[in-house]
Design a protein around this ligand. Structure first.
Ligand code: SF4
Length: 143
């Protein structure tokens, strides 16, 4: 891993002020990024290409189980309006790293991810965020 590799930017310094910073736990909406698909074992399989959610995708995916229980979506980090924004950072990923502390690790072999260079979570916790990220499902399916 090197800081000049755009897929593995240096945590904490990767997001220039004016860039669109991405939240990797957002809702299904037109213009969002489709980040991954929930697998049968409840973890996420990340998509390999950057895919933007269309109006048609939103309409079709909302006819079945909640799309947020079947997919993961990323969108612009809202910061202050978000309930997870505390002390000028995302508390959700802080909690994830704490809860999954046995899994969270600094590793070089990260899952392929289309938003890493702009990801709020990666910026806060580096590769530890990426090792816990596949365990989050936005909307748990009650069935
Ligand atoms: S935490 Fe890592 S794997 Fe998850 S969305 Fe951010 S960069 Fe991608």
């Amino acid at each position: 891993m090197s800081s000049s590799d755009p897929s593995h930017p240096e945590p904490g310094s990767s997001i220039p002020d004016r860039r669109r910073i991405m939240c990797p736990s957002s809702v299904c909406s037109e213009g969002a990024t489709l980040l991954g698909i929930v697998k049968g074992n409840g973890t996420i399989s990340f998509v390999k290409e950057k895919l933007t959610v269309t109006k048609n995708f939103v309409e079709i995916s909302k006819t079945g189980r909640k799309p947020e229980s079947r997919f993961r979506f990323a969108n612009t980090c809202l910061q202050a309006p978000c309930v997870h924004w505390k002390e000028n950072k995302c508390s959700l990923v802080d909690n994830m790293v704490n809860v999954f502390s046995k899994v969270a690790a600094d590793v070089n072999d990260l899952p392929e991810c289309t938003i890493r260079s702009d990801c709020r979570w990666y910026d806060q916790h580096g590769s530890k965020a990426c090792t816990v990220c596949p365990y989050l499902i936005y909307e748990l399916d009650p069935s």
